[in-house]
Write a protein that binds this ligand. Structure first.
Ligand SMILES: [Mg+2]
Length: 391
């Protein structure tokens, strides 16, 4: 068994939304395909994945560094001991050959796309949903294929206002979501408080609404905002300052009574270890949002979970950034605390097909082999363009 073609395409995100720091109008995502010589129903078994959302496509790093190394690797060096599946850790090691430790940056997303495609591929080879493959490989029982999910949206738009935000969240509620997340920090505090009030008119209790500052705040601004929002009893206060400023995170954790969440911009297990040691995160309360698609894939993500558990935190405190099908399978397969979903933004990658929606804040993985990306109507054409022989 061998991989006969590896391809990458940069796909532009649809829409013109912004958080407190970046506009996504110019953002794109790397979609990758691993085409094998295994033929089923006249078509090659092919693994697909992408590098998550928010840090651009990584075609340059893939084409110039990672893909040539994988093409040069011996086929047998990428397979597991049975020879019937690919070994994600071996693929990661081969793709990272000759790279220095530390300074993870964009290569963590580039490698993440490839590593995740291995999981889609292995699940298709086993003819099962990826959550089953993930659970088995990490030594966990076959999972209940359901989990909770919250609707992430509430970005800043060129034409914006509390009414637009209310309508957006009402649409998510009509799709079956009961918990929501919105952006803050991109407007003056008084304006953001009005936006929070508008969102709460749909979300109901503060426990149903999280806010995300996308790393915008310095300590003084963060503490002032924390004081202002504390009375709402919100679900969590997310990525408050610079992702690597663990001292700031600790000081906020000491002052803010509710849950805080961070980690989506940490790309290695060592970075997470430092957050655990120095970030003041509170066991049983605060949330970790590392994203396999931005951090070398599930092999490294497993190391992050091990670090969390070694420091007295529970995997239920892990709620990955992402909002798409790949992380839905990761959450279910690894028994994590819940899932983000982008039901309205970051198309064609964000959100799930209708068959995943169970209502009352719950979602499921379908029986589709792999991550089920082919079941997403607006993503399937992109997959077929990248690997037409698989369709
Ligand atoms: Mg965030």
């Amino acid at each position: 068994m061998r991989i006969v073609a590896i391809r990458e395409a940069s796909i532009r995100l649809q829409g013109d939304v912004a958080n407190a720091v970046v506009s996504f109008a110019e953002h794109d995502v790397s979609l990758v395909a691993l085409v094998t010589d295994v033929i089923r129903n006249g078509r090659p078994v092919t693994g697909f994945a992408f590098d998550s959302i928010g840090r651009f496509a990584q075609g340059g790093i893939l084409r110039d560094r990672i893909l040539p190394r994988l093409r040069a690797a011996k086929d047998v060096d990428l397979l597991d001991e049975s020879g019937g599946a690919f070994d994600a850790a071996k693929v990661l090691a081969a793709g990272m050959r000759n790279e220095k430790p530390g300074g993870h940056g964009d290569r963590a997303a580039a490698m993440g796309a490839i590593e995740l495609a291995v999981w889609d591929l292995n699940a298709k080879l086993a003819d099962e949903p990826a959550c089953e493959t993930i659970a088995r490989t990490f030594g966990r029982p076959s999972p209940d294929r359901r989990t909770s999910a919250y609707a992430a949206g509430g970005y800043y738009y060129p034409e914006d206002g509390p009414g637009r935000l209310r309508d957006e969240f009402a649409a998510y509620r009509d799709q079956g979501f009961t918990a929501f997340k919105m952006k803050i920090g991109g407007a003056p505090l008084a304006d953001d408080l009005a936006r929070i009030e508008a969102a709460l008119s749909v979300a109901g209790a503060g426990a149903n609404l999280a806010v995300d500052a996308n790393g915008r705040f310095d300590l003084e601004t963060a503490l002032a905002c924390g004081d202002a929002i504390a009375p709402y009893g919100l679900r969590w206060y997310e990525e408050i300052g610079d992702p690597l400023d663990y001292d700031l995170n600790r000081r906020i954790a000491e002052a803010y009574p509710g849950a805080i969440a961070t980690g989506e911009n940490l790309f290695s297990a060592i970075d997470v270890k430092n957050l655990l040691l120095f970030g003041g995160m509170r066991s049983g309360r605060d949330l970790f949002q590392m994203d396999p698609g931005l951090a070398y894939g599930l092999t490294e993500y497993g190391r992050m979970l091990a670090a969390m558990e070694a420091h007295g935190f529970e995997r239920r405190q892990a709620v990955p950034h992402g909002g798409h099908l790949i992380n839905l399978h990761a959450v279910i397969g690894l028994g994590l605390g819940g899932c983000e979903c982008y039901p309205g933004v970051f198309q064609p990658f964000g959100g799930y097909p209708p068959a995943c929606m169970l209502g009352d804040g719950m979602v499921r993985a379908t029986d589709a082999p792999g991550f089920g990306l082919e079941e997403k109507d607006n993503l399937r054409p992109e997959l077929a363009r990248l690997a037409p022989e698989a369709f």
